[in-house]
Design a protein around this ligand. Structure first.
Ligand SMILES: Cc1ncc(COP(=O)(O)O)c(C=O)c1O
Length: 470
């Protein structure tokens, strides 16, 4: 009798297990493995939560099920507190294009410690002139440059400059585009499916509880890569628009079509609306001259960040003399737009940025990055297809992203159809095989990736996809 009951229970458990969708079951399996491999990270996260909200210093660090705590990094690799080693494809959210601890950057920064002491702040220094000149020589729209300490601040300042110059109440931006942690930067950056509104006129969606109704009202949200609809919205609001802001490659992986971005440039010129191109991710990543060089367009203002700081805090607003001079305090005795910042132009970020640009200017860097990234994209696409998985590989230059969906991804709305659990599983499988990336974010390839890392990456991706399909 007891034997019969045990047999029955085993059968019921087996049947129930088969009924749980395979992705869910595998997610649990990988989560168990992740927890087993990273007990010290989990413990540290519990400690962190007592003092840091969510145990992190920003929403993007809050990956599932908890963030890893790293204790060292070198070249392409990072090591967590449990002594697991990973090949890093987050690379400081794209900032570290040369990998961790590049010797030229380290030398530049330690030379600065020697000559400037701890840090020369709140005073002018020759390095800011040098970095601004480098940027101006390379970035076609950069007649003058003002440094900030983050990309968020750069976009905020760019919008303020445009507002001061046009003095109209609204700004235009695109659905699914992120410009930093402030009202305009967040509006409609990740609208959920039931808040989208019509394609020809997306609703402004408040991603953060602090955003006020009147700011939503003052934001015209437009559909990316849809020129006719965008034209209609620009025309309708032209008398009220102080500027238009756009990511040339939305989310770092949905690239604007050439006709679209050029069309937007033409329309903004026609209606005299300052065009702000947010190149905080694409600047010095798509190539030396960023997206504007690739598309051959010249925006009125470009915002930069990440790579130009060589891994140290930075942002920059670069634009036409006419617009940028509203920050000139010596012109007519006072500036039209007030802008401060204790850490702006700090010598550490300036010197690390200069060392990075000098490396990037060496021939062959971008061809190398493109080659590695193309191989990874190809591996994911081919392995996904041979496993029968519905998986789409997107990205441009050294940016890679993966969505699990059968339909083609043309815009932000298509990404909402993708299977997020499958992507979470993919990320966890990679993490458990020693490939680090922040959950559901694009992968950023650095020059520190060489053949052995490349081989390990391809093996891990192949293994993850086969496991998902099994
Ligand atoms: C396109 C874009 N704009 C702005 C920002 C904000 O930059 P930061 O994080 O330096 O404030 C980011 C950051 O990821 C970004 O990707």
């Amino acid at each position: 009798m007891a034997q019969f009951v045990i047999l029955n229970i085993t059968f019921i458990i087996y049947t129930l297990k088969r009924m749980i969708p395979s992705i869910e079951r595998k997610l649990r399996e990988q989560l168990r493995l992740f927890r087993k491999r990273t007990p010290l990270s989990r413990e540290a996260w519990h400690r962190a939560r007592r003092i840091l909200p969510g145990g992190v210093d920003g929403d993007d660090f809050a990956s599932h099920p908890y963030p890893l705590q790293f204790e060292s990094a070198a070249g392409a690799k990072v090591t967590d507190v449990d002594e697991n080693e990973y090949i890093d494809y987050n690379m400081g959210f794209s900032s570290l294009i040369l990998g961790h601890g590049d010797p030229k950057i380290r030398k530049a920064v330690s030379d600065i410690f020697e000559s400037y002491g701890t840090n020369l702040l709140g005073a002018s220094n020759p390095l800011e002139i040098q970095l601004a000149t480098e940027i101006s020589d390379i970035v076609r729209s950069a007649e003058k440059v003002r440094f900030t300490s983050s990309g968020t601040e750069a976009n905020l300042l760019a919008i303020r400059i445009a507002m001061a110059n046009r003095r109209k109440g609204k700004i235009a931006k695109f659905e699914g585009h992120y410009h930093g942690s402030f009202d305009y930067g967040l509006i409609s950056s990740d609208t959920p499916r039931d808040e989208l509104g019509p394609v020809r006129s997306p609703y402004p969606y408040s991603r953060s509880a602090d955003i006020q109704e009147h700011t939503l009202y003052r934001t015209v949200v437009m559909p990316f890569n849809q020129l006719d609809e965008t034209e209609a919205l620009i025309k309708k609001n032209r008398k009220e628009l102080s500027c238009l802001i756009m990511e040339p490659v939305a989310g770092g992986y949905r690239a604007a079509s050439r006709d679209f971005i050029r069309g937007v440039r033409e329309l903004t010129e026609r209606y005299d609306i300052p065009f702000i191109l947010d190149e905080i991710t694409t600047g010095f990543r798509l190539g030396l001259g960023g997206a504007q060089e690739k598309y051959r367009i010249t925006p009125d203002i470009t915002t930069l960040g990440k790579i130009i700081g060589g891994g140290f805090p930075i942002g920059a607003v670069a634009g036409t003399r006419e617009l940028m001079d509203s920050l000139d305090r010596y012109r007519n005795g006072s500036s039209e737009v007030y802008h401060g910042g204790t850490f702006n132009g700090n010598p550490i970020s300036m010197s690390a940025g200069l060392a990075t640009l000098s490396e990037l200017k060496r021939g062959g860097t971008y061809t190398y990055l493109e080659k590695i990234s193309q191989s990874i994209r190809k591996e994911i696409a081919e392995e996904g297809q041979s496993c029968g998985l519905k998986c789409q590989v997107l990205g441009i230059s050294s940016i890679i992203n993966v969505f699990f969906t059968g339909g083609k991804i043309k815009g932000y709305r298509d990404t909402l159809r993708a299977d997020r659990s499958a992507r979470q599983l993919f990320d966890l499988c990679l993490m458990n095989s020693g490939i680090f990336n922040v959950g559901e974010k694009p992968m950023f390839v650095s020059t520190a990736i060489t053949k052995p890392e490349m081989r390990k990456t391809v093996e891990a991706i192949g293994g993850a996809l086969r496991y998902m399909a099994s």
